[in-house]
Design a protein around this ligand. Structure first.
Ligand code: NAD
Length: 283
């Protein structure tokens, strides 16, 4: 039997948001599979740090500053990448996220609660600019790099785009209408672009991570003794596997979608990695 091993040697993988929590996992995994990795981030220092860690570990990587909301910045980054590596085979659109500006304090509208506490930030108090910021970061921040890099990717063999959606794209979470809408747009755009690029030989897919525990959010999700907070317990109750995920558990899906040896006929898929959260009605 043929040996089954992810092999991205000779491929160039560019990861936006590569300096972030999940982005750095993606970059390191792609490098371990043999890819030349471009760690792209708004924060150049963060991008360089991850690239240096990869190189120190024996991998190939460079850090490049890029703002996914600025076409000129993306074009400058692309020119640098083309100079060093000659193009991009794998674009992983990892930059994204939520922001308090697009988040309400309440889960359900309670007229009396608002009257008692005028400071309570309800859906009706959300600033359109805050909502626009979150929508843009997730949707435009995925679309613009696909536009800037995608055309040249069509000239390369087995090129592929991987977007990062979220489980809240299937069913919105309370409090975060902008982030839920932004990720729903990412999922929809994944299907749209997969169709558009199908005849040009570029596959387009997305992963939809569920709730993960990372060093950055563990204090919010876990009490000091390691037990679940009230909100965490709600999440666990809605997750058939009854636990949070670990960022490591996203890696298999990323490498599978990146490596055409295994996913050459897979396009337009939004793959949930959420312990069954999306599939469970709660009953
Ligand atoms: P993070 O905040 O740690 O990383 C995001 C990175 O994107 C940061 O390094 C930031 O500097 C960069 N960034 C922000 N704005 C940018 C811009 N305009 N241009 C370029 N880079 C920019 O977040 P994370 O938790 O690693 O999330 C990564 C992705 O995964 C996001 O799309 C997020 O929505 C998604 N996601 C995360 C989770 C989770 O549990 N962490 C779950 C589902 C989906």
């Amino acid at each position: 039997m043929k040996e089954h091993k992810f092999d991205l040697s000779g491929k160039v993988a560019a990861v936006t948001g590569g300096g972030g929590v999940l982005g750095s996992y993606f970059c390191k995994a792609l490098a371990e599979a043999g890819a030349n990795v471009v760690v792209m981030d708004l924060q150049e220092e963060a991008a360089n740090k991850i690239a240096e860690e990869i190189v120190a570990d024996g991998g190939k990587a460079i850090g490049v500053a890029a703002n996914v909301l600025d076409v000129d910045s993306l074009k400058t980054a692309k020119a640098k990448i083309d100079d060093v590596y000659g193009g991009v085979d794998i674009l992983l659109n990892g930059a994204g996220g939520n922001n308090p500006k697009g988040t309400s304090d309440d889960e359900f509208y309670d007229k009396e609660a608002k009257k008692a506490n005028p400071e309570l930030k309800t859906f009706f108090d959300l600033d359109p600019k805050g909502i626009g910021f979150v929508m843009d970061l997730n949707f435009l921040g995925t679309l613009l790099p696909s536009q800037v890099f995608g055309k040249d990717m069509a000239e390369r063999k087995d090129a592929t785009i991987i977007n990062v959606s979220s489980m809240n794209a299937f069913t919105p979470l309370t409090k975060i209408p902008a982030y839920s809408g932004g990720k729903a747009a990412v999922s929809n755009f994944t299907e749209w672009l997969a169709t558009y690029m199908s005849k040009a030989g570029v596959r387009v897919n997305a992963i939809a991570p569920g709730f993960l525990v990372t060093k950055q959010n563990e204090k919010l999700l876990l009490n000091e003794d390691g037990s679940y907070t009230a909100r965490s317990q709600k999440i666990i109750n809605a997750t058939p596997m009854e636990r949070f995920g670990d960022p490591e558990e996203l890696i298999g899906a990323v490498l599978f979608l990146a490596d055409a040896q295994y996913s050459s006929f897979v396009s337009g898929v939004v793959l949930p990695i959420d312990g069954g959260f999306h599939a469970y009605s709660g009953v």
